[in-house]
Design a binder for this molecule. Structure first.
Ligand code: NAD
Length: 291
């Protein structure tokens, strides 16, 4: 066993889950909910220190193991799958949760920032699915929960790079839901609105006004990661496809079906206000004023 592969405690549970990005925020809360329900959980992240802390904390509740898994690396996913097969004889639930946030107006977001977010929010989920689908197929059972965002449904202006990654995760999840059903494997996609986690800290964008804007929304959110985790737990238990964790999520979904022009007007009004704030901040920056 290496230092990256630490079995923290043992227990008598049967179901087994792997959560990416489990050292913080939604990943941590989802992992906690499953440990509380008696599942064995493999907590993975690139934040070694955070992972150790969460691992120690959760080992008091149930059976967990921790493992460094960088979602940008195929080899890390493959090693995690081998670990699940060798240590647990398989896996029941893969939660592709790790991700970052960004935003920015179309002409401002650099191609480097596009590459960065596609890698972390989309290719990461593709990698997780590619690695574990063969195992689930060979078991004849399994479940994948991909954490997307309401952003992938609402497509709010000024954040195309984030929206695109999350909309693609929804598309991937829907495709796999159809594709894997005959193999006994279910798929859900989680679409939360803002939750107060550490997501703001990892934000990157060549349009800094958008970062300020999103950070304020994240830090001002009232729905907690634990509330989202409860909805995720219930939604997966019911094998619901799209797990909407916020009231506004249900409202946007309903409006997009029954009154799309009303939704468009509402989003247009919001963008008028936001756009003015973006332009005021641009003007301040041009005058060398600190925001
Ligand atoms: N917080 C929100 O408002 C919100 C809303 C909708 C969707 N989401 C999504 O929820 C997911 C979790 O975000 P969060 O809000 O808990 O943020 P967070 O920053 O609190 O947690 C993200 C975790 O992912 C880990 N991570 C980052 N890069 C990684 C990598 N390369 N490999 C493995 N792990 C890595 C981080 O170390 C961190 O522990 C993300 O996919 C995010 O897009 C968040």
């Amino acid at each position: 066993m290496t230092e990256n592969e630490q079995s923290i405690s043992t227990g008598g549970t049967t179901k087994r889950a792997l959560v990416t990005g489990a050292a913080s925020g939604l990943g941590r809360a989802i992992a906690t909910r499953y440990v509380q329900a008696g599942w064995r959980v493999l907590l993975t992240d690139v934040d070694d220190e955070g992972l150790t802390l969460v691992g120690k904390d959760l080992s008091r509740v149930g059976e967990v193991a921790t493992r460094r898994l960088d979602v940008r690396k195929d080899a890390d996913f493959e090693r995690a799958r081998t670990w699940c097969e060798d240590s647990w004889g398989g896996l029941d639930l893969l939660v592709n949760n790790a991700g970052v946030a960004s935003g920015g107006r179309m002409e401002r977001v650099s191609m480097d920032d596009w590459e960065w977010i596609l890698e972390l929010n989309l290719k990461s989920v593709i990698r997780g699915c590619r690695t574990f689908v063969p195992l689930f197929k060979s078991q004849g059972s399994g479940y994948i929960a991909n954490v997307a965002s309401l952003a992938g449904v609402a497509n709010l202006p000024g954040m195309s790079n984030y929206n695109v990654t999350k909309a693609a995760v929804i598309s991937l999840s829907q495709t796999l839901r159809y594709e894997l059903k005959p193999y006994g494997t279910g798929v859900s996609v989680v679409c939360p609105a803002f939750v107060n986690t550490n997501l703001g800290a990892s934000m990157r964008s060549s349009d800094p006004v958008a970062v300020d804007f999103a950070r304020r929304q994240i830090s001002g959110a009232t729905v907690t990661a634990e509330q989202v985790a409860e909805k995720v737990f219930e939604g997966i238990a019911k094998e619901r496809f799209m797990i909407l964790t916020h009231r506004e999520g249900h409202a946007i979904r309903a409006l997009s079906r029954v009154a799309p022009s009303l939704l468009e007007r509402h989003i247009g009004k919001g963008w008028e206000k936001a756009r003015l704030r973006f332009e005021q901040a641009d003007a301040q920056a041009a005058r060398g004023e600190v925001r």
